[in-house]
Ligand binder design. Structure first.
Ligand SMILES: [Zn+2]
Length: 447
């Protein structure tokens, strides 16, 4: 993310300036809100609809089951372009219709649905790229919590690498002088890394974001966990007020204060993305209660730091570095204790020279190659755990015998799982209701 108020304002004016009915906007009373744009961001689990407004608006959201409809009623608002759109490509939306209520006090935007959704809405204040917005999220209705994706019992488990392309959809991330958006560059790099991982035996890639849509910071971690990620790599590109700022950097989580002024500032910028998550945020905070699992995390942090060092060294061979050390910062996406993680800032998109480089396929490939080095090292040093079903136990043992392990000082859940040659999720499954913190002397079922 970057601080670019001037650029943002310019873009905002351009948008308004291209709308033909600008004069209407100026002559109407100040309290009328103009709607000057509509954007759709379809994602696998939800569609985000964004209405661009020239100021805040009072509105009501209502849903109707048969036929499936979601209705927004905006108080004293008017569109300055047509919003009635056929949106047949969207997996959830059939069409959008608009009209004024009889007394013209309310403007109605009706969304006809293809299937049942859970609708949420909220207002967003202006940011670097957009003005005031009314956001409507249409989430798939979840049929209970999906079970974690488990490999078939007979298979040897692959190491799962979660690749997290930062930002997306309504959140462009940092924007360069040529209007290069961080969200696009990092998705390209992530896809290249995915390809490299796919080619390797014993490795499996999970793309946290597959297209141009937004995933909340907590949602990114949840997806990685759902796929039993062994390693989490978040890909970003920096932005800064000064054009001269340059160089790539790699971050790991810091429990304490960030290691530098810059690291603090960057963490703030990257974490800020979740303001775009709007209503999701309250949920994220509670889900970060797990961030207290300190013991487990510290073991993974060590691995993360080691791998981050590998990436940094490789990045140093293909471009400038922003500091010679791995940075520590308090990034929300790095807070999962279950797996080692790192955040790679691939360069400054606000530095014209680096922006040019970041746009090229050749450099994007080199960045992916640099991260792949660390992935390979990880695979060699921390080979995939074998599923419990592959352990040499007789069938009667497996059925009848419960085996317990007593927690010792310095133990972590992942270390225990590794020593028992079982996956972390299998260990959790055997111990339902496992508390966040392990206690010395605590009994854990391991078979
Ligand atoms: Zn970023």
């Amino acid at each position: 993310m970057s601080e670019m108020p001037q650029l943002g304002r310019r873009r905002f004016l351009q948008l308004v300036g291209t709308v033909p009915l600008l004069s209407v906007m100026q002559t109407t009373e100040a309290s009328t809100t103009s709607i000057y744009g509509i954007r759709l961001w379809p994602a696998p689990d939800h569609t985000r609809v964004v209405l661009d407004l020239d100021q805040q608006v009072q509105y009501k959201l209502s849903t109707q089951k048969n036929p499936g409809k979601v209705v927004l009623k905006l108080k004293s608002a008017q569109p300055i372009l047509t919003l009635d759109a056929v949106v047949s490509e969207d997996p959830r939306l059939r069409s959008v219709k608009t009209w004024f209520t009889k007394n013209e006090r309310e403007f109605v935007v009706e969304f006809l649905l293809k299937k049942g959704v859970e609708a949420r809405s909220f207002l967003l204040p202006p940011n670097e790229s957009y003005g005031h917005r009314l956001v409507l999220d249409l989430h798939n209705i979840e049929k209970g919590e999906q079970p974690a994706v488990q490999p078939a019992p007979s298979q040897k488990r692959n190491l799962v690498i979660a690749i997290d392309a930062g930002h997306g959809g309504e959140d462009p991330g940092a924007v360069g002088h040529k209007r290069t958006k961080e969200k696009d560059i990092v998705l390209n790099v992530a896809r290249r890394l995915e390809k490299l991982i796919r080619r390797e035996r014993g490795l499996q890639a999970v793309m946290i974001r597959k297209g141009d849509y937004y995933v909340s910071l907590g949602g990114r971690v949840r997806k990685a966990r759902k796929h039993n990620a062994d390693l989490f790599i978040s890909v970003h590109a920096d932005g800064f007020r000064k054009k001269s700022a340059r160089g790539a950097s790699v971050f790991v989580l810091s429990n304490k204060r960030a290691s530098s002024e810059m690291a603090r500032w960057m963490a703030k910028q990257e974490n800020r993305a979740d303001r775009i998550g709007g209503v999701d945020q309250a949920r994220e905070e509670s889900s970060f209660a797990y961030a207290l699992r300190d013991m487990e995390r510290s073991a993974n942090q060590k691995v993360g730091l080691e791998l981050a060092g590998v990436v940094l060294k490789e990045l140093g061979k293909i471009g400038d570095l922003h500091g010679k050390q791995v940075h520590k910062g308090s990034f929300a996406v790095l807070k999962a204790p279950d797996f080692p993680s790192m955040l790679v800032e691939t360069g400054f998109i606000t530095n014209p020279r680096e922006e040019r480089k970041l746009r090229t396929a050749a450099h994007q490939q080199k960045l992916a190659d640099a991260m792949m080095k660390a992935v390979r090292q990880f695979a060699i040093r921390y080979p995939a755990e074998v599923q419990p079903s592959q352990q040499k136990v007789t069938s009667t043992q497996a059925v009848s015998k419960k085996v317990y392990y007593r927690v010792k000082r310095g133990d972590t859940l992942s270390a225990i799982a590794r020593s028992r040659k079982m996956s972390l999720s299998a260990l959790r499954k055997l111990n339902p209701g496992l508390q966040n913190m392990l206690k010395i002397g605590q009994k854990l079922r391991v078979q």
